[in-house]
Design a protein around this ligand. Structure first.
Ligand SMILES: [Zn+2]
Ligand SMILES: [Zn+2]
Length: 428
């Protein structure tokens, strides 16, 4: 079977456009469009048969695609219109064919080549040809993995469905005030509705929130607004206690913005906008554009933490004794039963964690500020007050006094051990 046979058989079946004809031979030669293959086949047929070209060139509408292959330019323009003013640099086009056209396409290839899967399918051609034109019109790049926008051209319904994938901003936050949870915390009395038995919930004054502020609420809206998205979700690399500050180099986070209309933002201006809106309670640093993989990367971060803790003692401890007791914890493996403060939420079990470093920062009378670097998951308060012997060893036992934890700050969150937290890989 050669090109002339294909063209001859096709012309006998009925009027067929160059693209549909060429598509049956898509596996023959490269660097040609199916339309070029179809034109060449008709020309070859005219020469082989020694007949005027007009006598075989199709005049009536193609019975296979019913003219679809002539509409690629218009459909591409429709796709660009449907995307509208949304900013994107990568895209993908998909096509939904009417069932009878898809069937024509299979029948035709089966008749001509004896195989319904020979050549290329019309759907594939549509995706590529419309996609190519969208690229020319917008200067964006095709991406099959996770494009900024995905357009589905539904030929039968004459609609174009646009899916806009989320955009991601990575950064580190510092929480400068205590009493702020990381994410929105709905009021449990009213299940976040703000109303209990038809009345304003007394526990949250109708706000539906146990805490009026959260890092998420202070940070995410400014980012959502800058990217003009429909929603924003906050993903943190672990979390500190509500009453702990997060200082120093901050904690990694990613804000996912749904359906953004803007994807390139001035990160300097965005940092300012977030920090202004957060009013000094929370501060963000190192904002950067990230890929969707950054969310998993941040959530899976196994981090060691450095804390600075204010403690007080039931009696005066001299500096030398205190320094020694703190040093005695360094390098120790700590056994911790699930602390009493969280045991109602988690099954009781004993975990072991290492104290990497511990030092006395300052001491005043019966108060002290202590710096401790510990393995991820170490219950730091319990390490200091002992939790009635549920954590061993602990500072209270080392000193033989009662230790009270007055205030806790996380000052560093870094990847555990020799693992690296490689953000570069997931930044744009
Ligand atoms: Zn056609
Ligand atoms: Zn409530």
């Amino acid at each position: 079977m050669d090109v002339v046979d294909v063209a001859k058989d096709a012309v006998e079946l009925g009027p067929v456009c160059e693209s549909c004809l060429g598509r049956t031979m898509a596996d023959w030669s490269r660097g040609l469009t199916n339309r070029q293959r179809g034109e060449a086949a008709l020309i070859a047929l005219a020469i082989a048969e020694d007949v005027p070209f007009e006598s075989i060139a199709p005049e009536d509408q193609c019975w296979v695609c019913e003219g679809l292959c002539d509409r690629y330019d218009t459909l591409a323009e429709d796709v660009v219109d449907a995307i509208g003013d949304r900013e994107f640099s990568t895209y993908q086009v998909g096509t939904r064919l009417p069932p009878f056209i898809a069937e024509n396409d299979r029948l035709f290839r089966e008749d001509i080549r004896g195989d319904a899967n020979a050549g290329e399918s019309l759907k594939r051609e549509c995706n590529r040809e419309i996609g190519k034109r969208v690229g020319k019109l917008t200067e964006a790049t095709v991406e099959f993995g996770r494009p900024d926008v995905l357009a589905i051209v539904d030929i039968e319904a004459e609609t174009i469905e646009i899916t806009v994938n989320s955009a991601f901003i990575y950064g580190r936050y510092r929480k400068l005030e205590r009493g702020i949870p990381q994410t929105r915390w709905p009021c449990s009395t009213c299940d976040g509705r703000g109303i209990k038995r038809g009345e304003e919930c007394p526990d949250c004054d109708g706000s539906g929130l146990r805490y009026q502020r959260s890092v998420e609420q202070l940070v995410a809206p400014s980012i959502q607004e800058a990217m003009d998205g429909s929603d924003a979700t906050f993903h943190g690399a672990g979390r500190e206690d509500i009453d702990a500050r997060m200082l120093g180099t901050g904690r990694p986070f990613v804000v996912e913005v749904s359906e953004p209309r803007r994807r390139t933002v001035d990160l300097h201006a965005l940092t300012e906008a977030v920090n202004t809106a957060a009013g000094g309670a929370v501060e963000v640093i190192e904002l950067a554009m990230a890929t969707h993989e950054m969310v998993e990367h941040v959530k899976e971060l196994e981090a060691s933490k450095t804390y600075e803790v204010n403690v007080s003692f039931s009696e005066h401890i001299d500096e030398e004794t205190l320094t020694e007791a703190i040093k005695a914890l360094e390098g120790r493996t700590i056994e911790q039963e699930t602390p009493s403060r969280v045991s109602h939420r988690r099954a009781a079990l004993t975990r072991t964690r290492t104290v990497y470093a511990a030092e006395l920062l300052e001491e005043t009378d019966s108060d002290a500020r202590i710096k401790i670097h510990g393995e991820g998951g170490l219950y730091i308060k319990e390490l200091l007050h002992g939790d009635d012997g549920r954590t061993t060893p602990n500072l209270a036992d080392e000193l033989g006094v009662t230790v009270t934890v007055d205030a806790l700050d996380v000052v560093e969150v870094v990847a555990e051990g020799d693992r690296s937290f490689d953000t570069e890989r997931y930044l744009h």
